[in-house]
Design a protein around this ligand. Structure first.
Ligand code: PLP
Length: 371
């Protein structure tokens, strides 16, 4: 197998017998949507996230939309979030008529800086949405304090950081809502689309469950306008197989990251030019991505050099949301750290089956470029 950003072949092979049995069990049950497999996965997910109630849904984008709906976010409300994120964070708010208000990132963590968030609060602000980018949380205590002081809802976009922690607590369980994606390439991935909302308050979890089910708690009795966002049983059964493996897979990612770090530090040509991913002091990084910074004028040529040698890379994200035609209103240049990150970042292959020799080879090819 050539090197891949995420090696799903190796992953499937490592748990193939368990997957086959789980898929057969769903076929035998014919409970294809909702039902016992979905319930079981929700319980297992909650159990491994400190008992916080979880509600499954169709994907991570829906998880965000459902959390925004349950928080009562609607027309003309302002929702503060980073511009350096996947489009879904902003899109789900905009679809409800709310206005995403983009703030700068802390270049040290790639996540929102509480000071910038505070400066963006107005009397229309309803929510703060930190995105735990690449597998590491934002600095949540000051954000939670801001939310309390200004009566705002804090919603964690935790699509990339399941298993990460903030001061000992699981990412996604500190805000009023936490949104998860189980897109296949995420740290806990289904083999199709899937997502979930975490809500520490049982009444909030109930509201999400109702909204995801056409606004109905009771069949054919609709209390409000909701959506149809369901997890199917095949994905739930696959996720139940994979969830117990997540801790070991997370450790394998952290070991690969440590190998990258040490390899960069030990190669003078790399140590002088490439910056390894920052580590915040407040918790565990689960390395959804291993993202380095390279000099902006060399980044794309470095990627070409790696590709020619059989090493794939990705740029998350080449353009910040605030300059996209979909989100007009902010000129280029208004979030300089965000824009600089877009020019410098490069994600290297990262997954639990990446070997130490793969990491060494990738770094050797990178070193070749800078020499
Ligand atoms: C993947 C992702 C989403 C959306 O999840 P989907 O399951 O693809 O809808 C939202 N936010 C972030 C930060 C993501 O990485």
């Amino acid at each position: 197998m050539p090197l891949q950003m995420v090696d799903l072949h190796a992953q499937v092979a490592s748990i193939r017998a368990e997957l086959d049995a789980a898929i057969a069990a769903v076929l035998d049950s014919t409970a294809f949507v909702r039902g016992p497999f979905v319930q079981r996965f929700e319980q297992e997910l909650s159990a491994c996230l400190g008992g916080v109630p979880s509600v499954s849904c169709a994907n991570g984008t829906d998880a965000l939309q459902l959390a925004y709906m349950a928080a009562g976010i609607g027309p003309d409300d302002e929702v503060i979030m980073p511009s350096f994120t996947f489009v879904a964070t902003a899109e789900a708010a905009a679809l409800l008529g709310a206005r995403p208000v983009f703030v700068e990132i802390d270049p040290g963590t790639f996540n929102v800086d509480p000071g910038d968030v505070e400066a963006a609060i107005t009397d229309r602000t309803r929510a703060i949405v930190p995105v735990h980018l690449f597998g590491q949380t934002a600095d949540l205590d000051p954000l939670l304090e801001l939310a309390r002081r200004h009566d705002l809802v804090l919603i964690e976009d935790n699509a990339q950081a399941i298993g990460a922690s903030y001061r000992g607590r699981p990412a996604g369980t500190l805000g009023r809502f936490g949104c998860l994606s189980f897109y296949p390439s995420k740290n806990l991935g289904a083999y199709g689309d899937a997502g979930a909302v975490l809500a520490p308050d049982a009444a909030d979890a109930d509201a999400v469950r109702r909204l995801a089910n056409h606004g109905a708690r009771q069949k054919y009795f609709h209390e409000e306008i909701g959506v149809n966002s369901r997890l199917d049983a095949f994905q739930a059964a696959i996720l139940s197989v994979k969830l117990p493996h997540l801790p070991a897979w997370t450790v394998a990612r952290q070991e690969a990251a440590a190998r990258y770090d040490a390899g960069i530090a030990g190669r003078p040509a790399l140590a002088a030019t490439v910056t390894p991913p920052p580590r915040a002091p407040w918790g565990d990084h689960v390395f959804h991505q291993y993202v380095v910074r390279a000099p902006a004028d060399a980044r794309d040529r470095l990627a070409d050099h790696l590709r020619a040698a059989g090493v794939p890379t990705m740029v998350y994200f080449p353009h910040p949301l605030h300059v996209m035609p979909a989100f007009p209103g902010m000129p280029e240049g208004s979030l300089p750290e965000t824009e600089r990150a877009c020019r410098e970042v490069l994600a290297l292959p990262m997954h639990p089956h990446l070997g130490a020799d793969d990491v060494d080879l990738i770094l050797d090819v990178m070193e070749e470029f800078f020499r």
